[in-house]
Design a protein around this ligand. Structure first.
Ligand SMILES: NC(=O)c1ccc[n+]([C@@H]2O[C@H](COP(=O)([O-])OP(=O)(O)OC[C@H]3O[C@@H](n4cnc5c(N)ncnc54)[C@H](O)[C@@H]3O)[C@@H](O)[C@H]2O)c1
Ligand SMILES: [Fe+2]
Length: 380
């Protein structure tokens, strides 16, 4: 049996951020909290967003304290402010970190603090209308139910479950991303799509959207990294990110994300970078279980297959093409990140404890998992 979800409407197009005020007003908002981070709060998109809200007669309370891989205490601060200010709507303008904090603050609006009690727990009083506007093209958080928050009590990443009311995708607000952030976030979308295709419980809608997302990222990510002003590339990558988000919201991600969450929590390294480094080895492993699905990913990347390749060969061909792609866009290696092979391999047990691990197409043995971590270190 398959299940797929339709979470929230999306408005897509250059300049669409200017519609935020009208949309918030239509949702009944009179005083919204504008969630962002220090960098994004200084960008033109933030000014456009505020202007649109003001022009629609909506009061704005700014909360710019979000940092990458946000922790529980930041959400609690935002939740306190939302309650004190009695806001009736939330607009989150930023990358996945900001959008996820927006979701988590929304969980707290009508419920007692702290946020930790709602991690992995969908039982809470509903919040207020929530509009998400991504400024990176990677997480697809606007179309997923998860809001990833670092639980500082257990030092792990966990998630609140809170869908958005509306997503606004304006490619123009992603143009300011430097090449490095463009590359990291784009590879997050790629990994999310590739893991959605090879997951334990795939579904046809996820396969379709994930295939398109991989095709778009492979074609347009190198272009956007070398020329950030290329609007066609920015548009296609924002769509790719959204498609991958919708795809993995149902199918779920698995081993690559379990590794990225674990390494991210242990060493505070960028989510998309670890996803990019893990995905070649994760697909090599997945090819032993679902070679057809890994071949599909290769085909989305523009590779052709003779039809006579063995399972391991399919895995190696696709892994090799991904390594080439990530070299081309400047993804650093595990060594460059200052993590030793031993440090990486000792995380194996923690990887198995991550919530995503249960969606691996077939659970790897301890030796297989250690081997995957070693190869992530050695093969790139
Ligand atoms: N909710 C989900 O479904 C989901 C999915 C994948 C990842 N995540 C989570 O999302 C977070 C990562 O999000 P992200 O990769 O979008 O990065 P991010 O939100 O952490 O932002 C990374 C950096 O980019 C900067 N930035 C953002 N937009 C910019 C712009 N337009 N111009 C210049 N700089 C800009 C930010 O200020 C920040 O310094 C992680 O916590 C990850 O676990 C969530
Ligand atoms: Fe991700």
């Amino acid at each position: 049996m398959n299940k797929y979800t339709q979470l929230c409407p999306i408005i897509f197009g250059n300049g669409s951020i200017q519609l935020v005020g009208e949309e918030a007003k239509n949702l009944g908002c009179k005083k919204v909290m504008l969630v962002s981070d220090e960098t994004v709060s200084k960008l033109a998109g933030n000014t456009a967003c505020k202007k649109s809200l003001f022009d629609s007669g909506i009061e704005v309370v700014s909360f710019n304290q979000v940092v990458p891989d946000p922790s529980d205490y930041i959400v609690n601060q935002g939740g306190e402010l939302a309650k004190t200010e009695q806001i009736d709507g939330i607009v989150a303008l930023g990358g996945g970190s900001v959008m996820d904090v927006g979701k988590a603050i929304n969980v707290l609006v009508n419920n007692p603090l702290p946020i930790n009690q709602y991690l992995g727990n969908p039982v809470y009083k509903p919040g207020v209308p929530l509009i998400l506007i991504p400024t990176t093209a990677g997480t697809g958080s606007e179309s997923t139910i998860m809001g990833v928050i670092t639980d500082t009590v257990h030092n792990v990443k966990n998630a609140v479950l809170c869908p958005a009311t509306l997503g606004i995708l304006d490619p123009e607000v992603t143009v300011s991303m430097p090449p490095s952030i463009t590359a990291y976030t784009g590879m997050d979308a790629f990994a999310q799509a590739a893991e959605a295709i090879t997951t334990k419980d795939p579904n046809p809608k996820s396969d379709l959207l994930a295939f398109e997302a991989i095709k778009k990222v492979t074609t347009y990510l190198p272009i956007a990294v070398s020329n950030g002003e290329n609007m066609k590339a920015r548009e296609e990558l924002l769509l790719a990110s959204n498609f991958a988000g919708i795809a993995f919201n149902d199918a779920l991600v698995h081993l690559g994300h379990a590794i990225s969450h674990t390494v991210g929590a242990a060493f505070h390294k960028t989510h998309g970078v670890i996803c990019a480094l893990a995905i070649p080895e994760v697909l090599k492993y997945s090819a032993k279980v679902r070679p057809d699905k890994v071949q599909l990913i290769g085909e989305a990347m523009g590779l052709s297959f003779k039809g006579t390749e063995g399972d391991d060969e399919i895995g190696e061909i696709v892994a090799g093409a991904i390594r080439e792609l990530i070299k081309n866009i400047g993804i650093p290696s595990i060594k460059d990140l200052g993590i030793s092979k031993d440090e990486l391999v000792t995380l194996a047990r923690k990887v198995t404890e991550d919530a995503c691990f249960q969606y691996v197409p077939r659970e790897p043995s301890k030796e297989e998992l250690t081997g995957i971590l070693e190869t992530i270190y050695e093969c790139y």
